[in-house]
Design a protein around this ligand. Sequence first.
Ligand code: NAP
Length: 275
Amino acid sequence: MLLMKGKDVADQVKANISDKLSQLKNQNITLTLAILLVGDDPASHVYTNRLEKLAQSLGLQTKVLRLAATSDNKAVLDCLETLNQDPTITGILPMMPLPKHLDSQLIANSIAPAKDLDCLNNENIGKLYGSNYPWAPCTPRAVMETLKFYNIALEGKHVVVIGRSNVVGKPVANLLLNQNATVTICHSRTQNLAALTRQADIIVAAVGIAEFVKPDMVKAGVVIVDVGINQVADKLLGDVQADVQALASAFTPVPGGIGTVSTSMVIQALLKNYL
Ligand code: NAP
């Protein structure tokens, strides 16, 4: 059974972009990652800290804008507009989920397309589904990069994606389809979900429910990509129960799997206008 460790994938991504980063440094071009953090979501704080550390280790600038959980739409939009207009800001990443009272769609769509690292603006979403556009949200790209790194064949394979969010489920399904996989997308209204997952050659779990996928929901030899990050007491758990690993031919651990690759994908996206 193959353990698909995120660190090995992330190291390769960083190695691949290091030449470009040195070139930009020699040209005195400074890249700055702006992270917009609204409220107190613990996972978003952890993700922000990780991104700051990674960016700094690569000689990139970061600017973290912290807004109170009670901020209204206007405050967030004003903040984004300042970042959109600021020529020193290369890319913008708002931490999701935003507090529930905010209009996430309006806010996401207000990021200037050229600075939109997670493909949240409608213009970028349109490109993503309309053609073989090379950019997509960072986590779906992390999934694809991981599968490629570990030579997991996709053509003709039945991939069951659990989750249909705009940042993970839908775009990853599209990227898999572009690689000629046969894709089934499941969600909270899917009937008899286990009957579908049991047919899967590959399962991409992006549900947000700890240990949602259980051993009786998979067939032997399945490839498991666990996108879930769920804080349960003092533990980080994926969307797939640990017992499933014994049946899998390959799986991504949590922590240390897709999340590790996603941060390096953010840095890669920061370079997108220079590649
Ligand atoms: P989300 O927006 O909450 O979407 C969850 C999806 O799961 C929805 O489509 C929902 O269906 C579906 N779902 C919920 N309950 C279900 C059920 N009982 N049966 C079947 N489907 C169900 O979450 P997200 O932003 O996509 O994130 C998913 C997970 O990935 C979370 O654990 C998150 O923390 C993690 N994540 C990880 C990374 C990373 O870098 N590794 C990045 C982003 C997110 P409906 O559409 O019908 O509601």
